[in-house]
Design a protein. Structure first.
Length: 255
């Protein structure tokens, strides 16, 4: 059984009158982001890839950064985050200098391991959630999904119980960001996923055949391969067939 708890958002204590300009600015900034959209009962969700495993998911007054790394300059022309999700402590997902440069008034949700590595100024804005929890975080209902390796020669990369994946419940839609994982039973058992971000690169996550097999098992409506450096992702649509719509986007653009 999952546990539900509340995480206090950094802006929650502001008076409503003072908060309104910020909410309006965030809504306008989210609307200005380029990227694919997903229609939900809470408004259109914009998906904005950054690089590798970093992305922005924005709707209404929410601008959620996932695993932002690469330095603050990479984000200087983008809307400021209202919330930040970090899946685990590897350097391509977690970078304190980037976080210090972009965090502003945002709150951070992450793992116990990452929480222990955060500098004091960031730690006071952060909370940890464990695999299997459901949390109310910065006004977002999140389900925390395990993310780990199962293949014997990969177990050292992502041990079970350390990393997180996240399901964002946005209006009537569910968006799954898998983090670094293989095709674990917990992924295969997911239901009613409208959009999924699935990693596929060796040796750290899984190969494209594992990813396709998992997609065919839990059947998300839309799939984005990400964290795929070195993988021939153009083969994924044929491997998945009609189990999901595969959207191929360039996560490795030259800056």
């Amino acid at each position: 059984m999952t546990r539900r708890r509340s995480v206090i958002a950094g802006l929650a204590a502001l008076p409503l009158v003072g908060l309104l300009p910020y909410r309006m600015a965030f809504a306008q900034a989210a609307a200005a982001l380029d990227g694919d959209t997903l229609a939900t009962s809470a408004g259109d969700v914009t998906i904005h890839p950054i690089h590798h495993a970093s992305l922005i998911i924005a709707w209404g007054d929410q601008v959620v950064y996932v695993d932002p790394v690469g330095g603050p300059a990479l984000y200087q022309d983008l809307p400021r985050p209202t919330a930040i999700l970090i899946t685990h402590a590897h350097g391509d997902h977690f970078d304190p200098p980037t976080l210090e440069g972009i965090v502003g008034d945002a709150t951070i949700l992450t793992t116990d391991q990452v929480l222990g590595k955060l500098p004091a100024g960031l730690k006071e804005k952060a909370s940890a959630a464990a695999n299997g929890e459901s949390v109310d975080f910065a006004g977002i209902k999140l389900d925390v999904v395990p993310a780990y390796n199962t293949t014997q020669d990969r177990l050292q990369y992502h041990p079970k119980g350390v990393g997180n994946g996240y399901i964002l419940n946005i209006g009537d839609k569910r968006v799954y960001v898998a983090g670094d994982t293989e095709d674990i039973p917990e992924m295969r058992a997911l239901t009613n996923i409208d959009m999924a971000f699935i990693p596929m690169n060796l040796p750290y996550t899984m190969d494209i055949n594992q990813a396709a097999d998992a997609i065919k098992a839990f059947k998300p409506k839309i799939v984005y391969p990400y964290h795929y450096q070195g993988t021939k992702v153009e083969d994924l649509p044929a491997l998945v067939g009609d189990a999901a719509e595969v959207r191929l986007r360039d996560w490795y653009k030259e800056s």
